[in-house]
Write a protein that binds this ligand. Sequence first.
Ligand SMILES: [Zn+2]
Length: 275
Amino acid sequence: MPTSRPALSYDVFVAPSKLAKAPPPRVGDPPAWDPITSTLISGARDAVLVDALMTVREATALADWIELHDRRLTTIYITHGHGDHYSGLSVVLDRFPDARAVATAGTVEQMRNGSTTAHPYRAWFPGQIPDTIALAEPLDAGHFDLEGLPLEVIETGHTDTVDSTSLYVPDLSLVVSGDVAYNHCHMYVGATTAGSRAEWIAALDKLAALHPAAVVTGHKDPTQGNPPTVLAESRGYIEYYGKLREAALTDQDLFDAMVSRYPDWVSRQQSLILG
Ligand SMILES: [Zn+2]
């Protein structure tokens, strides 16, 4: 009897945390960007990349890593319109000119807004952000395919930004969550409101209802795997943060409470927790 093996596989590239050129924060670690992930989903011949990192060096290393997989990169899917997940896109497209970069119409709109205003990451990472910021094309459906197998876009609304999405790969029982969930990494909750936190929690519940076997988050502690428990952990983080915000703590007390509740999580950044 022939042994069956899954038609698809996936692999995760993590760009490590990097120091940022920014004034010292009032609280927490020296300014740095949290580790960012890209996910490669491979079939027998073709592959799809999810998100394209931020700096020239990261995107160059990512392109080298993609080449090691010996697949034809057909598609690059961008989960949401935050520049740390797509500023490297032009570098990846230079290396894989036949790949098509796609995103939802909402994400493309966010990308367009972000690239017409002064790029917020250039001051923090001088000389490291590509000169050309490539945009994705809007998808005309809520799914696309890899060698005939479906990849489904999950619209998740306002999470750590508006019009965010995740990508669901039924054949792998895999969710690539973008920034809807974080993995043992302090979350970008500083800019949330009670309303946006409720929407974020609903998005996490929507992903949990898929009962994925694995969840790759947009930001993670590189020492962690990709377990689905990150969905409940992210939900708990947002709920706890919401309770503290309602208690009207000082910034220092709020920051200290989050760090002591999550002592092992990476990126104790004022810019994430306090906004
Ligand atoms: Zn992000």
